[in-house]
Design a protein around this ligand. Sequence first.
Ligand code: PXG
Length: 481
Amino acid sequence: MPPQSLAPAAAVLAGVKAAVHEIYDTALIRKLDAQHYMHPFTDHAALKEKGVRVMVRGDGIYLWDSEGNKSLDGMSGLWCVNVGYGRTRISEAVYKQMETLPFYNSFFNTTNVPAVRLAALLVELSPPQFNHVFFTGSGSEANDTNLRMVRRYWDLMGYQGRHTIISRYNAYHGSTLAGSALGGMEGMHEQAGMIPGIEHIGQPNYLESGQGMSENEFGLVAAGWLEKKILEVGADKVAAFIGEPVQGAGGVIIPPATYWPEIQRICDKYGILLIADEVICGFGRLGAWFGSELMQIKPDLITFAKGVTSGYVPLGGVLVGDRVAKVLIDKGGDFNHGFTYSGHPVACAAALENLHILLEEKLVEKVALETGPYLKAKFAALADHPLVGFANSCGFVAGLNLVRKKAANVHDSEYFQPDQSVGMICRGHMFENGMIMRAVGDRMIIAPPLVMTCAQIDEMVAKIRFCLDATLADLQQRGWM
Ligand code: PXG
């Protein structure tokens, strides 16, 4: 039994900070958290010292912690709460489904109604080459599924051993063994080890690698790294290329316009399957239902998760294009892969309601035509701040690079030392001032809920500017500027 005082006391005290209607014993929650809760991607010794922040409530684009502090959530939870917090329609749909059929599996010749309805709706919303869906519980499981599917595809096609998948450094594809190996994060490779048959190429990061080139020239160069790798491995060994249309966790790396069409051309030239990992980019995040459409590519497989349910309930999956589906279904026999929670009826009910909200409120169109362009203009204007060397966005993801000294050409800017952790200092000022913004190195990033209005974008950008000023003052005081 949890200690009684973990539950919020019912009392509402006069003068308590706004909008929190329950009083939490924060000290006790922190203590129990430190004693028992192992967090993902966390240095627990450091966390113990600092103590955790206890989130207790969300509404729209705002969050409240157990001490009553209100924050503007610039990260949609973790790139997922696309329709914002507190959507009663989703909780009611989930409740109704739980009352009717909380669970049944999709093995042994059975199905359930929400899973079928969701598969059909996803097919309707996705590009025309997609007519099948495989459900998982998360994005990581979906990328494991991709790996299994493409290897099975080539085996069935009679190309035994065509198993290599090419990915990019600094990509994030999840944290299962296959996910971390597919991803390009060195820290994860070091701890998890690699699985055979996965290769990496450079990411299309203009700031990092595009010196002396225009963005579009660089896009072609970066795509050319794929062809080089294919020739190195041997085209008859390469099964697929996987990439996020815009790299999210890697720091909102928006590729030059020339990059993806050239990647498509190279995949077509060698007959290689193309996997678009749209766990972040899907469901309106970039102002299109899928980032692939925006990047003008025709993937064979699309990984999805996060925004499909706006994170209300875990769900992921793979949209399986006709090229692969036809072979797996017509020639495949048993595909020995699946999860207890593949097609979980409650998760699918949440997804259906979430997608209906996106459709009814025209949130994807809104990001494409109204709020996305507005965010782009407001965010780009932050580049006049002395700390900001480069600011860009795509739909509702955006990032800015903190620099010690700006130059007219971004490649000539002076950067801070990595061990100064300026991004983390800036993030600290953001949090203290009620603005949730992530730091990836010295790049500050956001991915706000798609329901954010233009007035709320103004509020967010004003907060960001205020916190950049606080960071600048802090760095000057340290003598780093
Ligand atoms: N692919 C992409 C592109 C992702 O962003 C996954 C797969 C894995 O999904 P699951 O549901 O298994 O977590 C993700 C997840 C970060 C961060 O620090 C990003 C993710 C997960 C954890 C942290 O930005 N993205």
